[in-house]
Design a protein around this ligand. Structure first.
Ligand code: NAG
Length: 206
């Protein structure tokens, strides 16, 4: 009896193993931001209309959700860090270029060397960039192809020194500060402002 039970168990395990190895991959769970959450996260600063570099929250929403899904920003803290940094860096969705440095931009305002790291890590975008004349600014290629919401999302969890800090993001000011210092390194003088934005965003989303 014992032996029979064992055989049945082994057989069941074998079937389970086969089922597991042949089943379609389970899609990564994504957490889609709603327009009300984005508006609350922007703390009353949503641009009412899209024009030039300005994008309304309604028009930005699908791009933000696409970026969150594509780069698997799996936790609320990671999504909040991405959105807060983007809001802060883009003047609440008003800018796509740094007004002083033409090579710096996209919604999270990455400098060109960081945009280059982003492109290097994304083969399909690298292929796209290769179709442009060599003197075309990377920032403009990304913006013109509606890829301007992607670099910040990728960087949030996959940039240099970012994965460990991103994994620790739990909504507290301290983990955000550690992420910012090691992953974003954007200048000590703005930390308090950035952290305040992060707090509002984290409370506004799920
Ligand atoms: C959010 O908006 C309120 C009201 O305008 C303002 O007092 C507060 O400073 C804002 N918070 C942030 C983080 O910008």
């Amino acid at each position: 009896m014992t032996r029979f039970t064992s055989l049945v168990t082994i057989f069941a395990l074998a079937i389970a193993t086969i089922t597991l190895t042949t089943a379609a991959p389970v899609p990564t769970p994504t957490c889609i931001l709603t327009i009300d959450e984005l508006k609350a996260a922007a703390n009353g600063t949503c641009p009412p209309q899209t024009s030039d570099e300005i994008i309304s929250c309604e028009d930005a929403l699908p791009y933000i959700n696409g970026a969150i899904t594509k780069y698997n920003l799996a936790t609320r803290g990671q999504r909040a860090a991405y959105i807060a940094t983007m809001l802060f860096e883009s003047g609440n969705l008003k800018y796509n270029h740094n007004l002083v440095h033409a090579t710096q931009g996209t919604r999270s305002m990455l400098p060109q060397p960081s945009l280059e790291k982003f492109v290097s890590a994304n083969a399909n975008i690298q292929t796209l960039v290769a179709t442009y004349p060599a003197d075309t600014l990377l920032v403009d290629i990304l913006i013109n192809n509606h890829l301007d919401f992607l670099p910040g999302a990728w960087w949030t969890v996959s940039g240099p020194n970012c994965p460990d800090r991103a994994a620790a993001l739990d909504g507290t000011a301290n983990t955000f500060l550690q992420w910012e210092i090691d992953c974003i390194n954007g200048g000590v003088e703005t930390l308090a402002d950035r952290n305040a934005v992060f707090g509002v965003v984290y409370q506004s989303i799920h």
